[in-house]
Every structure is written in C-alpha cells, then in structure tokens.
Design a protein around this ligand. Structure first.
Ligand code: G6P
Length: 433
C-alpha cells in the first residue's frame, strides 16, 4: 500500500521557517500523545483505529446487509460531523450518479441525506421521492438534541410509521448516538431501535471513523475493512516523530508557517467532482477546531477546473491573503480518450489521442504555476488512488494534522463553544422554554 505524499516545494517559504516550527510541532505532538493538552477529554479518535469495538464493527456490516435487503433507500439524518464524513466518503468512492443507477448496478441502497438544514421544501420533496420506495432510516446525533436532525427525524419517523406500521417501522430505524446520554438514546431505548455508539470522547467532526460514518458507508457497498485499515495505518505512520518523514506533521507545520506570515485563508482544491465534498468535511474539521480566540485560518474550497471560471480571477489577482492546498489523486479509475475529428472546429485536434486525465493533470500543473507566480503559496497532498484504503488514511491525515495544528496555534482544537450563540438566539425567538 502506498503512502500519501505532501509537497510544500511551492509554499513560497524558506527552509529556516520550516525549521523554526519543528519544535512547536513536537511540543504539540507531546501534548496530543500525552493527553495533557486542552480538550483532552475528546481524544478518543486518536487511538480509535487500533482500539475500536470489533464486535460492533462486525454488527455494522451485518446491519448494512440487513438494510440493503430491506430497503431501496437509506435516509441518513444528521448534521455537521454526523453526516459530512459519510457523505464525503460515499461521494468520493461511489459512481458519480450512484443514486440514479438501476438497482443491479448499485452496490447498496440509494443514500439520501436529511436533517442538515431546516428546509420544509427539501423534506417535502424527499417524502415525495421515497413514497413508492422501501426505506430505512439511520438517525445520527451525538448529543441527541440537535434541532435540525430532530425535526427531520420526527417527520420521517411519522412517515415510516404511517407506511409500515409501528412494529415494522421500528425495524427500519437505526440510531447512532451516545451510549447513555441524550434524547435520541432515551427514544431509541424506549422504541427498541437497533443502536450504534458514538464514543463520548470522540467529537462529531472526528467521528467519521466510528459507526457515525461507517454504517452509511457500508450500506453504500464501500469496503469498511479496507477503509479502517487505511485509518489504522495512518495512526501508525502519522505518529512518526521525525517530521521530515511525517507528511501529516509537515502539513500542520506549513499551515502554521503560512498563518504566521499573514495568510488568513486556506483554500482546499480538488480536480475531481467526486472529491468536492471532502472540502465540506475538512471545513468543519478545521473551522470548528481552529476558529477561536480571534484566531485561525478561514477554510474554504475550490472545485476545479469549475471554479477557475468563477473564482480563478480572485485567486490569481485578489488580495494576497490566501494559500491553496490541492488534494490530488495520482491515478484515476476511469478515463476517456479524445478523438481526431475531420473538421477541427473546436480546435481540439491537437489533443487527439490524449486522455482526459492528461488534460486535467495539465490544468492542475498550469494552475499551480500561475497561482504561485501570482504569489499564492500552494501545498499539494497526493493520494495514489481513490479507494477505501487510501481514503481512510487521508481522513486520519487531516484529523491528526488538525489536532497538531490547533495546539501549535494555541487553541483548544476539540471544543466549539461559539456554535451555541446562534442556537440561543434561535431558541429565544422560537419561544423555547
Ligand atoms: O451529532 P450532534 O450532537 O447532533 O451534533 C451535530 C453537530 O452540531 C453541533 O452544533 C456542532 O457544532 C457540531 O460539531 C456537530 O457535529
């Protein structure tokens, strides 16, 4: 199995800046691994890959099979960390039109997401879509009290009970929540739903490698054994204390070098539409972990080459406050060759015989060169191929780098007190007692 590579040769930084941050990375490593840093009650993710409940993991696979026998559609209800990770992996590793494929070509049930906003239109449309299909629900909430998934679950549960009756509906609902606490745990116990556990010491944004992510991912027919092997190898590889040998720590280091040079924005860039949602997961991971005490890089994204035709101008010539981190896939799984045409009206004959991946690769190279010429530092994370193993490793790469980077920044990377502010106001306006 090959490794994830990190290239900072276009970071527009000097060797002494890299060297300067090495002791700080090591101090962060000590804090994280000794469990003595801030937020240390949320470090369950760190050694989760080598310590997770094997029996529960096996039950996830059995349940995924059960869901696929019973249902055409699995609706995953959750917000933030309770859906971003599974959607990221399913988008990245499935057919681009997975839900549209006929049943025999799909690896599992169609996957729809709900409860990640408060739109009555979306939920009404979803109810219409599933009317004639067999459905299961996976309701996911660590706290069990989050408004968005709670509203969606209330409505979808009622629809399921109306369709199947209370007894059968119960066998179609799967709850992923805290082992003991919270409204969802109470409800699941009362109704007799099959449940999976989000460990109390794993925060939502680090929970993709727990049943939170694994059950929906397994239902979509993705090999969760391979995924967890990648995560586990990431746990080992990214504990390397020689920073020159640890791409994960190098990424954490370069983010801090660039932040300290005055960069305010990090743009996560991809060149494959299936990788677009990775940025959404990554934005929660870094945004909630680092945006504190008036500090932190603002995480945002570019889906290329699409966004080069909208935001490209801003990156090339706008304020020099950003840097880019490109996530590159070395070998693509499917490709097409451009053919020669008699009349070269679109002027593309010079590319005859060339693959689309070749064109895309050169778009990446040309963009990187242009942006670096425009004084936008570029970091490049390369995964050899887009499969469950390497994706698992990539998830752990970003999680570990986040913990390290947050400690170097001097914040508690594992809490999110600021998220409560809007909720308080919303509840006051809604008249919640
Ligand atoms: O899983 P839940 O408890 O429903 O939480 C879902 C999400 O909402 C919260 O407001 C937090 O900011 C997130 O970190 C969390 O992932």
């Amino acid at each position: 199995m090959s490794k994830i590579k990190f290239d900072y040769s276009n970071s527009l930084t000097s060797a002494h800046e890299y060297e300067y941050f090495k002791p700080q990375i090591m101090a962060a490593h000590e804090l994280l691994h000794s469990g003595k840093g801030q937020g240390n009650d949320y470090l369950g993710w760190l050694h989760y890959p080598s310590s997770y409940d094997q029996a529960e993991f096996e039950r996830i696979k059995v349940t995924a099979k059960k869901i696929n026998e019973r249902a055409d559609v699995l609706i995953v209800i959750g917000i933030g960390g309770s859906y971003l990770g599974s959607k990221t992996v399913i988008d990245a590793l499935s057919h681009s039109f997975y839900n549209e494929l006929p049943k025999e070509k799909r690896k599992g049930a169609k996957i729809y997401f709900a409860g990640n906003h408060i739109s009555g239109t979306y939920l009404s449309d979803l109810l219409e879509i599933i009317e004639t299909q067999e459905v299961c629900l996976n309701v996911i909430s660590k706290s069990g009290t989050t408004t968005e998934p709670a509203i969606a679950f209330r409505i979808l549960k009622k629809a399921l009970e109306a369709k199947y009756g209370k007894t059968e509906a119960k066998d179609r609902i799967f709850a992923t929540t805290d082992a003991e606490k919270g409204a969802l745990r109470t409800l699941a116990n009362k109704e007799g739903y099959e449940t999976f556990v989000i460990p109390a010491n794993v925060g939502g944004r680090f929970s993709v490698i727990t049943p939170v992510g694994l059950l929906p991912i397994a239902v979509a027919g993705i090999d969760i054994d391979a995924l967890m092997q990648g995560v586990k190898d990431g746990e080992t590889e990214y504990s390397e204390t020689n920073i020159d040998e640890n791409p994960c720590y190098q990424y954490a280091l370069m983010r801090n070098v660039l932040y300290n040079k005055g960069k305010a924005i990090e743009v996560l860039v991809n060149y494959e539409p299936s990788m677009a949602f990775l940025a959404e997961w990554w934005m929660q991971l870094y945004g909630e972990s680092e945006g504190k005490d008036g500090k932190g890089l603002f995480p945002t994204k570019m889906n290329n080459t699409t966004d080069l035709h909208s935001m490209g101008q801003m990156i090339q010539d706008g304020p020099r406050i950003m840097f880019e981190t490109v996530v590159r896939v070395e070998s693509v799984e499917k490709d097409l060759v451009l053919e020669m045409e008699d009349q070269d009206l679109d002027g593309l004959n010079y590319l005859a015989g060339k693959k689309m991946s070749y064109v895309n690769e050169n778009a990446f190279k040309g963009t990187l060169e242009a942006h670096v010429d425009g004084r936008v530092p570029n970091l490049v994370v390369t995964i050899p191929q887009k499969d469950a193993y390497h994706f698992g490793k990539l998830l752990y790469f970003f999680m570990k780098a986040c913990g390290i980077s947050g400690y170097v920044l001097g914040v508690n990377p594992f809490d999110q007190p600021g998220v409560e502010a809007y909720k308080k106001n919303m509840f006051r306006l809604l008249g919640k007692k």
